[in-house]
Design a protein. Structure first.
Lengths: 308, 432, 342
C-alpha cells in the first residue's frame, strides 16, 4: 500500500529517487562504519609516535591531505558524515515527534488551541532560521555541553513549525471528509479519530518535508559550525568547522583542507534533496500522472467494415 | 448502554423531534469580520417537529438547501441544535455532551451519500467494519471480532467474505463500498438507521440492489429508518411516511400513499410533476414553478415557497423582491429596445430587494413615479392571473416615488389535512 | 436518414492505454445526427458514453487512439489538423458539461464570456452585435438582461447551466454535445432545463447529442435514443418506440431496473458492466443477459433493422440463418455473486 507508488514510479521521479538514495546511502555507510573506513580518529594527529606532517598535500598515506593541526582530512570527512547524520536523524525525529502530534491536535480541535499554536509557531517561523539556531545552540550548549544533542535540538526548534504547519493544514481539510464524520457516527472519540482515521491520511506529505528538511538541517549545522556556535571541535568532527579553519589555507594555495568537507556537504545535501523531490513527484497526487501506454488499434477487415 | 425506554414516552415512539432549529453562522467577508460585522446566519433547520415510530421508515425529501441533511445529522447529534430537542427513547440528545452521546451511537447509526468518502481510505474493509465493536469494547478477542465482522459482511452480501475482507475501499465498486458502510452501520445492532441519500451516488443498475438490501435489513433487524433523499421515486418505494422539506421547514408530512396519490402542498405537487419518467405516454408538465430554491440566508417572507408557487394568494408574504423578479421575468420576453426603455425608468433596481409590506420605488432622475406606476399597471393588465397581484393592496404615487402596498404576509403553520399535515394557507380555514 | 446527416460516425473506436492494456471505451460505433434532432445516449457508467460524446467532437482523452471516421458535413474530423479542428469547435461543434461552475471563469462577467467567445470566432463582430446576440440567446434561456454584467458566482446552479447552454448556442453550432447537463441540479431545476433542451428542437436547427444515465430525461427530451453497452451501441431508434417496445434485452432490463414513480417491484441486472480492457467475447452482454443463447457467447451479433429507423445488435432478432444449428439453445450462465456490481 505505502510502497506501491514508489515501486510503480517511472521516468524522472524514479531516476531522482534512485540517484538520491544512492548518494544518501553512501553517506550512511560512511557514518555507520566510520571507525572502520577512516584510517585515523577524527582528532588523531600522530601515528606510531610519529606526528603527521602539517598541511601535507594528498598522498598515499593521507588521501585528502592533512590540516594545519596535522589532522587527517579524509578521516575528518568520514567522521563528519557520522556527526551530520546523527544530528539530522535526531533533529528530524524530534521535530516529527513534536510537530506532527501538535499539528493533528491543532487541526482537529481548532478554536483557541489552534490559534495559540499557530501564533507560537508563526513567531518561531518569522525568525531567520540560522539566527534562531545560533541563539538556541548557544543557550543549549550552556545546559548540555557542546556535543551533538544541543546542536540537534537547536535545529529541531527551527523545523517544528514546518511540520506543524503542513500537518495542521492537511488535518484541517481532512477532518471535513465524510469518513471522519462516519468515525464520529460510530462512536469514535477524538483520540481514536486522530490516530486511526486522520493520522494515516495526513502524514503522507511528511516524508517529503522530512527529507527536504534533512538537507536543510545539514546546511544549518554546517552554518553553526562555520560560525563557531556548533559542535565543539573536541566533541566530534564537523564539516562546517573544518571549512572555517580552511579559510586561511585557501590563500596559501592549500586547497584540500576546504575542498573535501565542502564537497561532502554539497553531495549529501544534493542526495537528500533528490530523494525529497523524487518522493514528492511519486507521492504527490497532483504531480503524479497516470502513465499512459501507447495504444495500437488492430486494423479492421475492410469487407466487414460498417457491419456493426 | 442506552437509557431504558421510559414507559411514559410510549414504547412505539423511537424518536421525537420538537421544534428543532439549527442555525449556522456565516463567516462573512474578511473586512466584515475585521469590523465585527455580523454576516448573518443560515437557518438550515428552522423549527422541525416530527416523530418516528418503531419499525417505521420516514422519508425526508427535499431539494438542496432544504435542510434535510442537516436535520439528519442533528438526529445523530453530529450537528449541535440551536434550539429544540431530539429525544431518542426519552433521552434528549440536544443536551448531551459528545462523550455522553457516544454510548448512544450503538443505537443510532448512519449511512452516507458517498460510500467511497465514508470509508477511511487507509483502512481495509475488515478493520473498518469491525472498528465500531472495538471502539465500544464489545468483543473479547480477535476471533470474536473476526466472526462478527464476517457475519456482518455476509449479511450485506459481500460474499465470499475472503474476497472482500482484506480489500481497501478504493479497490471496491460503489455498490460494494455502500454494502461495507451498511455492514459497519448494522454491526452494533442499532435500532435507528439514518440513511442520507444512500443510493443517489450509485449507478442506476445498482440502486435497486442496495435498496433491496436495505429493505431486507430493515425487516430482518427490526430497524427504524430515516431516509433522506431528493429522489421521490425511491422515497415512494422505500418509505412508510414522507416529510417534504423546503428551506429548513417541513411543508407537508403524511403517509406515502396519500402524499403521492393526493399531494396537498403546491410544492409537493410541483416536485411530483417534475420527475422525468421513462414512460413514453407521459410528458413533463409545462407548469413548472419558476426560479430556484432561494438563498437560506435571507429566505422569502411569509411562506418561503410563495415566489415560485402558482397558487399563492394574498397572505403568502409578498414583498419588494417579488416585484423585481416579476419585472426581470417580463424583460426576458421583451426585445432590447423596450427593455432598455423600461429599465431606464428605475433609479436603482436593487432598491426593490426589501422586506416588509411597503415598497417604495424611486424613479430615475428624469422619469416620473407615475410612469413606474403606469408600467406596473401595464404588467398587471398583461397578466392579471399572476399570483403577485393577489397580494398587492394598492399601487400609488407618494413623495415622488411609486409605492406598492402588500397584504401583510403570514407564516403558514403545519396544520392537519386528512392523514398528515401541510403548511399552506390554501388549507387554512381562516382563508377559505 | 440519407445524407442529410450533419454528423455521421462510422465504426468509431476510441481506445486509451493503461498499464493493464488498452481500454476499449468506444469500440465500433455507427451513428448519424440529423439537423435539429436530439439523440439521447444512455447506458450504465463505464459504458463509453462520455468518451463517445467527446470523440464526436474530435476530443480524445490523453494517450488515446481513435479509429474509424467521424464525418462532419463530409469531412473526417480525424483527418483535420489540430488548428482546423479547433476552428470548427464553437461555431460548428459545441459541448455542454455536467458542472457549469468549473467551466465558467469566476473572474469574468457573463458578458465577458460572450465577448471572448464571439470575438475569437467572429473577428469582425462589433460590440453592439455581441451584446445583441448574447442577450438574445440568454433571453431564450430565460436569463433576464439585467443580469448580463453579473459574475458567475452571483447565479444559482440552474442559471449557470442556462448560461452554459447559451454560450454553447450563441454561435449557432450545427452539433452540440451535452454530457449529463442536469446531473448536478435540483429536481425542479432539472425539469426546467430538460424542458429547455426539449424546446431547442423547435427553436434551433442544432443537432443535440444528450448523454445521460437517466432514461426519464431521454423519454422527455429526445427524438431518438442510442443505448450503449461496453463500448457498443446495442440499439438505436425512435425514443418513444424503443421505450415502448425495447428490442435489445439490455434496453429492456435497463428500463425495468430504473426506479421511477410507477415502480412497484425492484428489479436489477445481475453483475456489472465488463472491464473494457478485457471484455467478454462475442455479444458483450451475454454473461448478464437473461435471454442469452449459445450463439451469443460465440459470435458477434449482427446489427439488424426490425423496423425502419430502428437498429438492434442482438441474436434474438436474427438473422436466423446465421444463428446456426443449436445456436438458439439457451446458454447456461455462470453464477454471478451478489456483490458483483458497479
Amino acid at each position: 500500500m505505502v510502497w506501491a507508488p514508489i515501486r510503480s514510479s517511472r521516468g524522472l521521479p524514479r531516476w531522482l529517487l534512485g540517484a538520491g538514495c544512492t548518494i544518501t546511502l553512501l553517506f550512511v555507510v560512511l557514518a555507520v562504519f566510520a571507525p572502520l573506513i577512516a584510517p585515523y580518529d577524527f582528532d588523531t594527529f600522530s601515528a606510531d609516535g610519529q606526528r603527521f606532517a602539517q598541511q601535507a598535500p594528498p598522498s598515499a598515506e593521507h588521501w585528502f591531505g592533512t590540516t594545519v593541526q596535522a589532522l587527517d582530512v579524509f578521516s575528518r570527512v568520514v567522521f563528519g558524515a557520522r556527526t551530520a547524520l546523527e544530528v539530522v536523524v535526531l533533529s528530524v525525529a524530534v521535530s516529527l515527534l513534536v510537530g506532527v502530534p501538535l499539528g493533528l491536535v491543532s487541526g482537529y480541535f481548532g478554536r483557541w488551541l489552534d490559534r495559540l499554536l499557530v501564533l507560537i509557531t508563526d513567531t518561531v517561523f518569522s525568525f531567520p532560521p540560522l539566527l534562531l539556531a545560533i541563539v538556541l545552540s548557544f543557550l543549549l550548549s550552556g545546559l548540555l555541553g557542546g556535543g551533538v544533542a544541543p546542536a540537534a535540538l537547536a535545529i529541531t526548534v527551527v523545523y517544528v513549525p514546518q511540520y506543524f504547519r503542513v500537518v495542521r493544514n492537511t488535518t484541517f481539510s481532512a477532518k471535513e471528509a465524510s469518513y471522519v464524520e462516519a468515525a464520529r457516527a460510530i462512536g469514535a472519540g477524538p483520540l481514536t479519530v486522530i490516530t486511526r482515521y486522520l493520522f494515516s491520511n495526513v502524514v503522507q506529505s511528511v516524508p517529503v518535508i522530512a527529507t527536504l528538511n534533512a538537507a536543510d538541517a545539514i546546511l544549518t549545522l554546517a552554518g553553526l559550525g562555520f560560525l563557531g556556535y556548533g559542535i565543539q571541535p573536541t566533541e566530534a568532527a564537523e564539516w562546517g568547522y573544518d571549512i572555517q579553519r580552511a579559510i586561511a589555507d585557501a590563500g596559501a594555495g592549500i586547497w584540500w583542507t576546504g575542498l573535501f568537507p565542502g564537497l561532502a556537504i554539497v553531495l549529501l545535501v544534493t542526495g537528500l534533496t533528490l530523494v525529497g523531490e523524487g518522493l514528492n513527484e511519486t507521492l504527490n497526487p497532483t504531480l503524479r500522472r497516470r502513465r499512459l501506454l501507447p495504444v495500437t488499434l488492430p486494423t479492421r477487415d475492410t469487407d466487414a467494415g460498417g457491419s456493426r | 448502554m442506552p437509557t431504558r425506554p421510559e414507559p411514559a414516552a410510549g414504547a412505539a415512539t423511537v424518536l421525537d423531534v420538537a421544534d428543532l432549529r439549527v442555525h449556522f453562522e456565516l463567516r462573512g467577508s474578511f473586512l466584515g469580520r475585521l469590523l465585527g460585522r455580523d454576516a448573518g446566519s443560515v437557518q438550515a433547520v428552522d423549527g422541525v417537529t416530527l416523530s418516528l415510530r418503531h419499525g417505521e421508515v420516514l422519508g425526508l425529501v427535499g431539494e438542496s438547501g432544504s435542510g434535510k441533511t442537516t436535520l439528519g445529522r442533528a438526529l445523530l447529534g453530529l450537528v449541535r441544535p440551536t434550539a429544540g430537542s431530539v429525544c431518542y427513547r426519552g433521552t434528549d440528545l440536544a443536551g448531551l455532551r459528545q462523550a455522553q452521546l457516544r454510548p448512544l451511537r450503538q443505537r443510532i447509526q448512519m449511512v452516507f451519500q458517498d460510500p467511497g468518502a465514508a470509508l477511511n481510505p487507509a483502512m481495509d474493509i475488515e478493520t473498518a467494519v469491525g472498528h465500531p465493536l472495538r471502539i465500544h469494547g464489545l468483543v473479547r478477542d480477535r476471533d470474536e471480532l473476526r466472526d462478527r465482522v464476517h457475519d456482518a459482511l455476509r449479511r450485506v452480501g459481500l460474499v465470499p467474505v475472503e474476497r472482500f475482507a482484506s480489500k481497501y475501499p478504493a479497490e471496491l465498486s460503489g455498490g460494494q463500498q455502500q454494502r461495507a458502510v451498511l455492514a459497519r452501520a448494522i454491526i452494533l445492532g442499532p435500532e435507528l438507521l439514518v440513511a442520507d441519500e444512500p443510493v443517489s451516488m450509485l449507478d442506476m443498475s445498482v440502486r435497486a440492489k442496495i435498496l433491496e438490501l436495505m429493505l431486507d435489513l430493515r425487516r430482518d433487524l427490526d430497524l427504524s429508518c430515516v431516509y433522506i433523499t431528493h429522489d421521490l421515486a425511491t422515497a415512494k418505494f422505500f418509505c412508510d411516511r414522507v416529510a417534504i422539506m423546503y428551506l429548513g421547514r417541513i411543508v407537508e408530512i403524511g403517509p406515502t400513499e396519500r402524499i403521492f396519490a393526493d399531494p396537498a402542498h403546491p410544492y409537493t405537487r410541483a416536485l411530483l410533476a417534475a420527475v422525468p419518467e421513462p414512460d413514453p405516454t407521459r410528458t413533463l408538465t409545462r407548469q413548472l414553478p419558476r426560479g430556484e430554491v432561494p438563498d437560506g440566508v435571507d429566505p422569502p417572507g411569509g411562506c418561503s415557497f410563495h415566489p415560485r408557487c402558482p397558487h399563492a394568494f394574498a397572505p403568502c408574504g409578498w414583498e419588494g423582491r417579488d416585484v423585481r423578479a416579476l419585472l426581470e421575468q417580463r424583460w426576458t420576453a421583451l426585445d432590447e429596445a423596450d427593455y432598455a426603455a423600461e429599465q431606464a425608468l428605475f433609479a436603482d433596481l436593487a432598491e426593490l430587494d426589501v422586506r416588509g409590506s411597503r415598497l417604495r420605488i424611486r424613479p430615475a432622475a428624469s422619469r416620473s413615479a407615475e410612469s413606474i406606476r403606469a408600467l406596473l399597471e401595464q404588467v398587471r393588465v398583461g397578466d392579471p392571473d399572476e399570483p403577485l397581484w393577489r397580494g398587492v393592496r394598492q399601487v400609488s404615487v407618494a413623495d415622488g416615488a411609486c409605492v406598492v402596498d402588500f397584504v401583510e404576509g403570514v407564516d403558514p403553520n403545519l396544520g392537519p389535512v386528512d392523514e398528515g399535515a401541510v403548511a399552506c394557507h390554501l388549507y387554512d380555514p381562516a382563508y377559505r | 436518414m440519407t445524407d442529410e446527416a450533419v454528423l455521421r460516425v462510422r465504426d468509431l473506436r476510441v481506445w486509451y492505454g493503461t498499464e493493464r492494456g488498452p481500454v476499449r471505451a468506444v469500440d465500433g460505433v455507427d451513428l448519424a445526427l440529423v439537423p435539429g434532432e436530439t439523440l439521447g445516449v444512455v447506458g450504465e457508467s463505464g459504458c463509453g458514453k462520455s468518451t463517445l460524446g467527446r470523440g464526436l467532437l474530435g476530443l480524445l482523452p490523453e494517450g488515446a487512439k481513435a479509429g474509424g471516421e467521424v464525418r462532419f458535413r463530409g469531412t473526417d474530423l480525424f483527418e483535420l489538423s489540430g488548428r482546423a479542428l479547433r476552428e470548427l469547435r464553437g461555431p460548428e461543434l459545441g459541448m455542454i458539461f455536467q458542472d457549469p461552475l468549473t467551466r465558467l471563469n469566476p473572474l469574468w462577467r457573463v458578458s465577458e464570456h460572450f465577448e471572448e467567445l464571439l470575438r475569437t470566432h467572429c473577428p469582425d463582430i462589433s460590440a453592439e452585435q455581441i451584446r445583441h446576440r448574447s442577450l438574445a440567446t440568454l433571453r431564450r434561456m430565460g436569463i433576464p438582461p439585467t443580469r448580463y454584467r453579473n459574475y458567475p458566482h452571483e447565479f444559482s446552479g440552474g442559471m449557470r447551466q442556462r448560461i452554459m447552454i447559451a454560450l454553447g448556442l450563441v454561435l449557432n453550432p450545427a452539433v452540440l454535445v451535452a454530457d449529463e447537463p442536469t446531473t448536478s441540479l435540483d429536481v425542479l431545476v432539472e425539469a426546467q432545463i430538460i424542458r429547455l433542451l426539449a424546446d431547442l428542437r423547435r427553436n434551433f436547427d442544432t443537432a443535440l447529442l444528450l448523454i445521460t444515465h437517466n432514461l426519464g430525461i431521454v423519454a422527455e427530451a429526445c427524438d431518438r435514443v442510442a443505448v450503449m453497452y461496453a463500448g457498443h451501441v446495442v440499439e438505436t431508434g425512435d425514443a418513444r418506440e424503443v421505450f415502448a417496445a425495447p428490442a435489445h434485452p439490455y434496453t429492456r432490463e435497463l428500463l425495468r431496473s430504473t426506479i421511477s414513480l410507477s415502480t412497484t417491484g425492484l428489479h436489477y441486472i445481475p453483475g456489472a458492466p465488463p472491464d473494457l480492457v478485457d471484455p467478454p467475447p462475442a455479444c458483450r452482454f451475454h454473461p448478464r443477459c437473461p435471454d442469452a443463447m449459445q450463439v451469443c457467447a460465440t459470435r458477434d451479433p449482427v446489427t439488424v433493422s426490425p423496423r425502419p429507423g430502428h437498429r438492434v445488435a442482438c441474436w434474438l432478432h436474427g438473422p436466423a440463418e446465421q444463428v446456426g444449428a443449436g445456436g438458439d439453445a439457451p446458454l447456461v450462465r455462470e453464477e454471478i455473486d451478489v456483490a458483483d456490481e458497479a
